[in-house]
Design a protein around this ligand. Sequence first.
Ligand SMILES: Cc1ncc(COP(=O)(O)O)c(C=O)c1O
Length: 439
Amino acid sequence: MSDNRDIPSKVIKNDPWFGSYADRAEAMRASEIRALFAVASRPEVVSLAGGMPYLDRMPFDELAPLLAKMLKDKGDVAWQYGSAQGDPHLREDVLQIMELENITDAQPDDVVIVNGSQSGLDLITRIMCNPGDSILAEAPNYVGALGVFQSFQVQVVNVLLDENGLIPEAFEQAIIEQRALGHPVKFLYTVPNFHNPAGATMSIERRPKVLEIARKYHVLIVEDNPYGLLSFEGKTYPALRSMDSENVVYLSSFSKIIAPGMRVAWMVAPPGIRHKLVLANESAILCPSNMSQMTITTYLDNFDWKAQINDYRGMYKERCDTMDAALKKYLPYCSWHKPKGGFYIWLKIPEGLDSRAMLPRAITAKVAYVAGTAFYDNGEGTDHMRLSFCYPTPTRITEGIRRLSTVIDADRETAELFGTTGKPDPDPRDVEYPGPAAH
Ligand SMILES: Cc1ncc(COP(=O)(O)O)c(C=O)c1O
């Protein structure tokens, strides 16, 4: 559960509006990843921090003339307002993508296009949750979702996960406990495939069990699935939504399987929720950008996107293998589960070390990661760090892990000598840096 919603936001010096902000603005915290971005993106630093896809293999040269033609032929549509539910052509196209994860019964009318899944998470929380309501989520939790939940003053109840994903018994127990406390549980938020940051994937056996519990207690499931097609073995897992169309709101995105710059993602929801989502989308942004959606459909219609995704899979697999090998070589005393897909390794560091306190020393050694505390809202996670292998080349990954090992080795020696790693460094969330964040 959150313990930091009472901490006031950093007070900007002489802010004349201090004291005027809504409670929900007070609950907002800068993400640790955002705070890191400016430093971590310096070229001399090997960044194992951000979740940015590697885009060099996108066919930009071939795409450019097609986009120019699209603008010439359909500029009046591309530059115009559109539908709050999203472009019908794109809503039709995403059905083919979802078929790869066994979702075969969805219709274009079930789909809502959103400004990235991040916006979808905002919309579903907006329409389902009042301040003080509980939602259940795997712990550690996707940092961007935590930010949304905090901003709506929702209590996040942590549910255990292991290398096979969310533990069904822990899910049921959490519902029972929340009910006993009189807290309404509005939904379970889960990232079943190649979890960010844990790297875990919910096993095939657990999926029907989780759905059964959700139905038993009438708890909605929000299935966030941006990485599902990026499996290293080429094996995709059936989406929870493919097994239950009434109790699951499904979210997926073009950000990781194609590119994030267009900010195009989609949701599939049962009719009542879908109707509210469209209204909420309209009230937040009027409509998703036609230009972005038409850029995506131009790409999907003219390129072999399945081959592109396969190419990405091979590339990310090689990077994951490289990171795994480097960890075995340089940090054999740490522990981790090698993921079967996605972008992240969740590394457990030796007892007594603090990944957040260590971060400034890592940056000085020219390597960046995200401290485990970013993925909890209760201060847990000091014994873990998230390492992303998606963006740096294999050579940089190996060098990054080598640099990281010098920092962890040194902290380990200090801890062994003195039984402590010393005074913690300042909370990086209290430092404000400009620049975009890649979650
Ligand atoms: C689990 C998860 N959900 C949602 C998002 C946000 O994706 P989008 O770019 O579609 O907003 C991310 C981005 O890293 C993510 O890892």
